[in-house]
Design a protein around this ligand. Structure first.
Ligand code: C2O
Ligand code: CU
Ligand code: CU
Length: 430
C-alpha cells in the first residue's frame, strides 16, 4: 500500500522453464515466475494500481477478466505493452466480493499467451461477505483451483489442434494451479473451491464420482443470494464457480469432470471434447477434521439488473466466422451503449458447435435460457456464459462506468481460438 492508500501490485511477464514432471523442463511463460501468476487480492472501495512489466520478446496485454473498470484500464487489445515496456493501470474496486482473474488479450494471439502460462486469480473481498461464516482461510479451507488443459510433446507443450477440433486446443490431461495429478490434504469439514476454467477451449462439468451434493455459493461475479445444492457445475473457458464441499474424516474425494450431455451432437461430443472425463483434483481429508460452521442460508443481495428498466435490446448471433456476421476489426466500434442504462442482450448460438459469450466491464444477470428461467448455476452474477448449439439466452446488463467514446470494451467467444479468429466485437460507453 503506498502513501495515498493505493494498493500496488507488481507483475512481470517473463519466459522461463517449468518442471511439470521430474527431469523434463518445459518452456513456459509466467508472471513473476515461470508459470501462472500470483493471486492478487483487494477490497471493495480500495484504489488499486498494477505495474506490469513486459519481459517477453513479444508484445502482450493484461486484462482484468470480470472487473468493472474504465475502458482504458481494461487491458484489452487496445492496451498493448511492448517488449521492455511497463503499463500501470489504476482503478477503484467497485463491485462485490468475487473470484476474478487476469490474462493477456493481444488480438490474434490470446490462445498462445494464455496457454503458455500467463494467467492468475484476482480475488475481491467486501465487508458484508467478510462477516459471513464461510470457509475463508486462503490455501487452508479456501482453495484456488485454476484448471487447465494440457498436452505434452516430449518436454514441450503441444500446440496443435487435432483434426476436427474446431473448438481450438484440447489437451489430454488437466493441471490444477500448474500441477499434474494434483492432490491436497485438508483438515476442515467444509472446503471451499474457487474453480476457474482457465483452459483455452475445453468445457468441464465438475462433480464427484459418488454423486455427493455440494453447495454452489458464487458464480463469476460473486456470491449468490443463497447457496444452491447441486451435484454438477459446468464451466466453459473463462467462467468461475465457488463451491463448498463437505468431507468425512480420512476419506479421499476426487473432483472429476464428467462427459456432458448438453454439449452438442454425438460428433461434437466425440471430437470437440464433450465425451471426455478427467480426474481434476484429489482432496485427502485428515483423520481428524476441524468442525466447520453450517453455511449461512443467505449470502448476498443481488446487484445485477433484473432487466425491467431496460432501455434497449440488442441481438448477438454467434458464428465461428464472427458475431452478427462481422469479423472483429480493431478500428470498428460495433455497439454504442449509453452510460447509466440497462439493456437486454439476446445471444443465440445456432452454429452447430459450442461457443460461449463474455462481456467486459459488467456482471450481468441471465434472465432466460431458451425461454425458461435459468438453472441455479446461472442465477448469480455472470460475465461469461456457455451456449451449446441451439441455445438462446437473454441477459440483463447495466453500464454504469465512466463514459469513454474513444476506447472500446470487448465482447467475444472465450474459446480463445475463436476469439483470436475474430469472434469478437467492440462496444463503447458514451
Ligand atoms: Cu477473459 Cu476478453 O477476456
Ligand atoms: Cu474479460
Ligand atoms: Cu466460439
Amino acid at each position: 500500500v503506498d502513501k495515498d492508500g493505493t494498493r500496488v501490485f507488481d507483475l512481470r511477464m517473463q519466459a522461463g522453464e517449468t518442471e511439470f514432471e521430474k527431469g523434463r523442463a518445459t518452456p513456459t511463460w509466467g508472471f513473476n515466475g515461470s508459470y501462472l501468476g500470483p493471486t492478487l487480492r483487494a477490497e471493495r472501495g480500495e484504489k488499486v494500481r498494477v505495474r506490469i512489466g513486459n519481459g517477453l520478446d513479444e508484445a502482450s496485454t493484461v486484462h482484468w477478466h470480470g472487473m468493472h473498470l474504465p475502458a482504458r484500464m481494461d487491458g484489452g487489445p487496445h492496451q498493448m505493452i511492448a517488449p521492455g515496456a511497463t503499463w500501470s493501470p489504476r482503478w477503484t474496486v467497485d463491485q462485490p466480493a468475487a473470484t476474478l482473474w487476469y490474462h493477456p488479450h493481444p488480438h490474434g494471439a490470446t490462445e498462445q499467451h494464455v496457454r503458455r502460462g500467463l494467467a492468475g486469480m484476482f480475488l475481491l473481498d467486501d465487508e458484508k461477505s467478510e462477516r459471513l461464516d464461510l470457509p475463508e482461510r486462503y490455501g487452508v479451507d479456501d482453495l484456488p483451483v485454476i484448471v487447465q488443459d494440457v498436452r505434452f510433446d516430449g518436454a514441450r507443450f503441444a500446440e496443435g489442434h487435432g483434426t476436427m477440433q474446431d473448438v481450438g486446443f484440447l489437451g489430454d490431461r488437466t493441471m490444477v494451479n500448474g500441477t499434474l495429478s494434483p492432490y491436497r490434504e485438508v483438515r476442515d469439514e467444509l472446503i471451499r473451491l474457487r474453480l476457474l476454467n482457465a483452459s483455452t477451449a475445453r468445457t468441464y462439468d465438475f462433480g464427484f464420482p459418488d454423486g455427493r451434493a455440494f453447495s454452489l455459493i458464487a458464480t463469476d461475479g460473486g456470491l449468490l443470494e443463497r447457496p444452491a445444492a447441486m451435484d454438477r457445475v459446468q464451466l466453459s473457458p473463462g467462467e468461475r464457480a465457488e463451491i463448498v464441499v463437505r468431507l468425512r474424516a480420512g476419506e479421499r474425494v476426487v473432483l472429476r469432470s464428467f462427459p456432458q450431455d448438453n454439449y452438442g451432437d454425438a460428433w461434437q461430443r466425440r471430437f470437440a471434447g464433450g465425451d471426455d472425463s478427467f480426474d481434476v483434483l484429489e482432496l485427502r481429508a485428515a483423520e481428524r477434521l476441524r468442525p466447520s460452521p453450517e453455511l449461512p442460508s443467505v449470502l448476498a443481495e443481488s446487484e445485477t439488473p433484473d432487466g425491467k428498466d431496460a432501455v434497449r435490446g440488442r441481438h448477438f448471433d454467434l458464428k465461428r466466422s464472427g458475431i452478427n456476421g462481422r469479423a472483429m476489426e480493431m478500428s470498428r466500434v460495433d455497439e454504442t451503449v449509453t452510460r447509466g442504462t440497462t439493456e437486454v442482450w439476446t445471444v443465440r448460438n445456432g452454429n452447430g458447435m459450442p461457443h460461449n459469450f463474455h462481456v467486459h466491464d459488467v456482471q450481468f444477470r441471465v434472465m432466460e435460457v431458451n425461454g425458461a428461467a435459468p438453472p441455479p448455476g446461472l442465477r448469480g452474477p455472470k460475465d461469461t456464459v456457455f451456449l451449446p448449439n441451439g441455445t438462446t439466452m437473454k441477459l440483463a446488463l447495466r453500464f454504469d462506468g465512466p463514459a469513454d467514446p474513444d476506447t472500446p470494451y470487448m465482447y467475444h467467444c472465450h474459446l480463445l481460438f475463436h476469439e483470436d479468429q475474430a469472434m469478437m466485437g467492440q462496444f463503447v460507453v458514451v
